[in-house]
Design a binder for this molecule. Structure first.
Ligand SMILES: O=C(O)CCC(=O)C(=O)O
Ligand SMILES: [Fe+2]
Length: 212
């Protein structure tokens, strides 16, 4: 995983992408609103991991099947969904410029981001691993000061529907941006850990506090 991430452009073909998008768009009632908490995070909408498992089992199978296999190949290790199953899978829907995810590290060591719709020029921005590794201990400290991280060069990945990002997201700082009020972006995100990863309760608690 060069620089902490890898892109698989057209991981899904147009018809398959359309199929999954329609499947999720027929369940918009499952989206919960994540509100901004004291400026710590940006708002967005999410279907959590429990609802995906219980109400969208075919989406769950896509994640725990082909997406996990692609991530295992790229990471070079066997993976399982991260222990916190509510947050291990997240279908995220961004509908305005004020929505997104600030600079962060993921709760699981490795993640997938599958784009199903992107009509707002949204992007995943990644601070390459060669730089991220020096910043690793401090992103949560910097959370209230997102401008600081903006000074570091980042790769801007404007994924199209069907594109997959495989990311070493537990150690590679990244964020989700949505620069336009016109259009929307819908992504399927899942975080995994190696089979033998030790629990990180303090880190998990902090991640929950700062995310949702
Ligand atoms: O919205 C994106 O492009 C990135 C999402 C992300 O990093 C996450 O959900 O952890
Ligand atoms: Fe992330």
């Amino acid at each position: 995983m060069h620089e902490g991430y890898e892109r698989r452009v057209h991981f899904l073909g147009p018809q398959e992408t359309e199929h999954w998008l329609r499947r999720i768009e027929s369940h918009t009632d499952l989206f919960q609103e994540v509100r901004a908490k004291a400026g710590m995070n940006l708002p967005y909408r999410v279907i959590d991991g429990f609802d995906v498992r219980d109400k969208l089992p075919d989406v769950y199978a896509l994640i725990d099947g082909p997406l996990r296999a692609a991530l295992e190949e790229s990471a070079g290790t066997r993976l399982e969904l991260m222990r916190d199953r509510k947050r291990a899978i997240r279908i995220q829907w961004y509908r305005s410029r004020s929505e997104g995810l600030r600079w962060h590290l993921d709760g699981g060591l490795f993640s997938v981001v599958l784009t199903l719709k992107n009509t707002n020029e949204g992007a995943t921005e990644i601070i390459p691993r060669s730089l991220s590794r020096y910043l690793k201990p401090i992103p949560y400290v910097l959370f209230p000061f997102p401008r600081v991280l903006e000074c570091f060069p980042s790769d801007v990945i404007r994924s199209e529907p069907g594109d997959l990002i495989l990311i070493h997201g537990g150690v590679t700082i990244h964020r989700g941006t949505n620069p336009s009020d016109v259009g929307e972006r819908l992504v399927l995100v899942a975080s995994f850990d190696p089979l033998d990863r030790r629990p990180t309760p303090v880190w998990d608690w902090l991640a929950r506090k700062l995310n949702y």
